[in-house]
Write a protein that binds this ligand. Sequence first.
Ligand code: GDP
Length: 138
Amino acid sequence: MNNITLMMIKPDGVENGHIGNILEKATSSGFKIKALKLTQLTQQDAEHFYSVHKERPFYIELVAFMTRGPIVAAILEKENAVSDFRTLIGATNPKEAADGTIRKLYATSMGENAVHGSDSDENAAIEAAFHFAKRERF
Ligand code: GDP
């Protein structure tokens, strides 16, 4: 089943007051919210979540950014959730993101780009389990 993805509204999206706008964009685009919370990543959480990027020059900056304030984590369900949500959020760099995408509307830079979406079904399952206990998933 290709039906879930893990979204995070990143600290910049929360700080800039876009939680409601981003959730509305997701639900009006056909995604159902199957789990939802406001939380804050620890240093260890962020290092683990982004471990695939640990050799990249922006890794330390990314971990510092992702831990600096609360985030919203959500499991979103839709047919082809991973690819459809990545289309909805737009390119990593908001300058390259298509009109109407979440990053075009709400991101400020390549690093502070408002939202995360899983990049594969396998990672969606891993990331959903990272953020949510069974009793928090519906
Ligand atoms: P995504 O799948 O579109 O989120 O992009 P990636 O998996 O390539 O990168 C993960 C996250 O790392 C991005 O969403 C950005 O927050 C951050 N990132 C990627 N490239 C850069 C960069 O060149 N500079 C900085 N500061 N952050 C970056």
